[in-house]
Design a protein around this ligand. Sequence first.
Ligand code: ZN
Length: 248
Amino acid sequence: MSFFNTFGRAPRAPKRSPTPTSASFPQDGSPASAQTPPSPVMTNTKPLYLCSPFAEAALVKGNFKTIVMLPKYVDVMEWVAVNIFDFYNNLNLFYGIVAECCTAQACPAMSAGPSLDYTWIDQNRRQVKLPAPTYIDYVMTWVQNMLDDEGVFPTKAGREFSQSFPATAKHIYRQLLRVFAHIYHAHYPQILHLRSEPHFNSLFAHFLAFGKEFDLLEVKDVKGNLQHGAVGVGDLWEKWKDMGILES
Ligand SMILES: [Zn+2]
């Protein structure tokens, strides 16, 4: 049984959730009740997620800075761990709703831009191209295993985070970013069809703001580079900075 048959399609309810997306996430996921979103005039090949009104759609108005800041008396490791747990669970819910369209036939590569396909590093340190559903299955299984590992994400009183936790957190963040980038690039029409773009945008803006605040994100990972190709969501990041939603 694949990972997504056990988790993606019928995900566990997140246990702790500072992200505003989960409170009003459409539980039934039914496209029948969804209205058809307005169609922007397509005069060029600009992706839909960069077009009005979709790029501006959000549950959270204003800047994300206040909701990512470390609360008083909270340990920074604990705060990063709780938020990663939450981003992972929410992203898993969203992937669950697009997963039936993300097949090896539809997505033979882990694409994130017109000329960008991510490669997976295998056990022999070789770069391998994988279909997106396989790549995402590997990422989400890998993250879930770490979340379940008391040595990495301690939950019991008296257990300390290891010194390698910041590096691990950064590594997880980088891979979750790739899953966001693939969904935006390849599956945004399904997100729109379910009228979930305000939820998904808010989750992603929260993810970016949090990553920036705690140095979990590299600019090159969000934007891509000339050699490997631009990441589609890099332009969304710039747009949200221009709009004042994210800090520049
Ligand atoms: Zn896909």
